[in-house]
Ligand binder design. Sequence first.
Ligand SMILES: N[C@@H](CCC(=O)N[C@@H](CS)C(=O)NCC(=O)O)C(=O)O
Length: 329
Amino acid sequence: MAPPAPLVRSARQLWQCQWRLLMGGLGPADRQGRYRRPAAAFTALPPLPEDAAEPGGHVLIVGRSCPWAHRAWLTWSLRGLAPTIETLMVVPDPAAGRWRFSQPFEGCDTLIELYRRSGADPRARATVPALYSRRQGKILVNESARLIELLNGWPAPADAPDLAPDIDRAAIAAWRERLQGDVNDGVYRCGFARTQAAYDEAETALFAALDAVEASLADQKGTGWLCGGPVPSLADVVLFPTLIRLELVYAPLFGCSRTPLWQLPHLWEWRRRFHGLEGVAATCFPAAWRADYFGALFPLHPSGIVPAGPDLATLVAGPFPAAPGGRPR
Ligand SMILES: N[C@@H](CCC(=O)N[C@@H](CS)C(=O)NCC(=O)O)C(=O)O
């Protein structure tokens, strides 16, 4: 038997109130209900450390599900930095809402301890990615946008690609600027919106940016990378972590489902090719992504049930068969 209407009404009101409170725990919002990403602790681009070339002198701390960590991990992988920088995976602790180390690292059980030891403001969020210097005994930078720039200038094997060559610098910077707000953060602005208007604004900007990328890839007679060079650039690197999670997480959980990626054939093909680059598939963990997002973001998904999703292999399959008229089937 259905519960009486007044009970349903008051349960809804109570839930709305609790939902707003819980959403506050995910991040701040402005007065219009737009999600505002909080500032990080070590955001400035540090100089290249003197001991950068020393084997194992630095540790890149990442979490599997985090797209911001993913871009740093991809940069590390594409440039072959394993000889000088170790990677270390932290694991989520959803009950406590923090990252912890699988085994104590530098005497710390949790990432927040390492942040405190590095001199972070006690109120700062302990986020991934973070680059740790063993010699200095502290985190050097934890803002992924700066970290990938640092890693792009890090001493690397002779055949390592430059992901921000001078000739494409302006185009790379322009794409990165747009992608960072409208796409990388844009999916979070959709998912963490507190009002319909805030969601609509973020969602429109997200798909407008993806349409712009699609148009640019379609126009470009070059190599199929975003800035036209022979190798992907940092613009491609930052786009990939968001796009590879689109059907798996952001469409079903954050409401980013207006245009399925198969309707953007050049982007589909771009994603397939990027995923095929050496070392990229090893950074992709679709089951862990889904478990972490659906399991941890309680206010968005209170049941905690992890729904079945598409097989990643089907998302990077192709080339996409074109139907008459050039549209994919
Ligand atoms: N500005 C940071 C954001 C990183 C970030 O928000 N990471 C999330 C995981 S996706 C995190 O570690 N959150 C933990 C927390 O907020 O306590 C960057 O781009 O590096």
